[in-house]
Design a binder for this molecule. Structure first.
Ligand code: SF4
Length: 235
């Protein structure tokens, strides 16, 4: 069995959500069942790029992780695309036997048994601005599959007032899931510099919304890697 891998890179730091700042090697899976209007990872989504995705065995993926990390265990973040399309169980088994920890981020559209073996599962349901519609039954199945996962959290990207209202309704639906909010970034061209003032303004807008609402449950975070590296890939 081979995995379709768009890129493996690092070590760098996790730039988002519950593990923000944590040293990480990223394994980015190729392929996604969504096509969000503002996707910042189209190189791992658009099937036009599939010829650039490597076909790798679990052993080859883990060897690459070991090479990048110098053989020193750290957190491996499995992202995409939607990594839940594929079977990452053998990579997780190999890595955990060597002391590596595993996190995975997915939109929650496909449940996989290997979610239960993860150290962290980040479920990131997509708000209305994405143009996608969440299948809540599939999302609930992801939560069931992740029952033995050490940490399950929810992350929602917010672009506008409609997304914000949707995030509040979603949070009310899952009151027990730790929630991370992040302002959306529509500047996704890796070749263009990011407007840092605009990024700061978007963060400030979201902070002010949450505090004005006295909504104290979520943590509001920037995309740290965008502030440091812009939209450059592989960092
Ligand atoms: S789910 Fe994620 S990877 Fe897939 S299209 Fe949406 S933003 Fe891109």
């Amino acid at each position: 069995m081979t995995l379709r891998i768009a890129e493996i890179f690092g070590p760098t730091i996790q730039g988002e959500g519950a593990l923000i700042g944590e040293p990480t090697v990223f394994v980015r899976a190729g392929g996604c069942d969504y096509r969000c209007s503002w996707c910042d990872s189209l190189h791992a989504v658009d099937s036009a790029n599939r010829h650039d995705w490597a076909k790798m065995s679990a052993e080859e993926v883990f060897d690459q992780v070991c090479t990048l990390s110098g053989g020193k265990p750290l957190t491996v973040s499995i992202s995409g695309g939607n990594p839940a399309i594929q079977d990452f169980a053998p990579v997780i088994t190999l890595g955990q036997a060597a002391g590596y920890r595993f996190a995975c981020e997915t939109q929650g559209s496909i449940a996989k048994p290997w979610f239960g073996a993860l150290d962290t599962l980040v479920l990131s349901p997509k708000p209305p601005s994405s143009g996608e519609v969440v299948d809540w039954e599939a999302f609930d199945n992801c939560l069931i599959a992740a029952q033995s996962c050490e940490q399950v959290v929810m992350k929602i990207v917010i672009f506008d007032d409609i997304d914000y209202a949707w995030a509040k309704a979603t949070a009310a639906r899952y009151p027990d899931l730790p929630l991370y909010l992040q302002p959306g970034n529509a500047e996704v061209d890796p070749d263009l510099p990011v407007d840092l003032q605009a990024a700061t303004d978007r963060l400030l807008w979201l902070i002010e919304k949450v505090t004005a609402d006295q909504w104290y449950a979520p943590r509001v975070l920037p995309q740290l890697h965008v502030l440091v590296w812009g939209n450059k890939r592989g960092v």
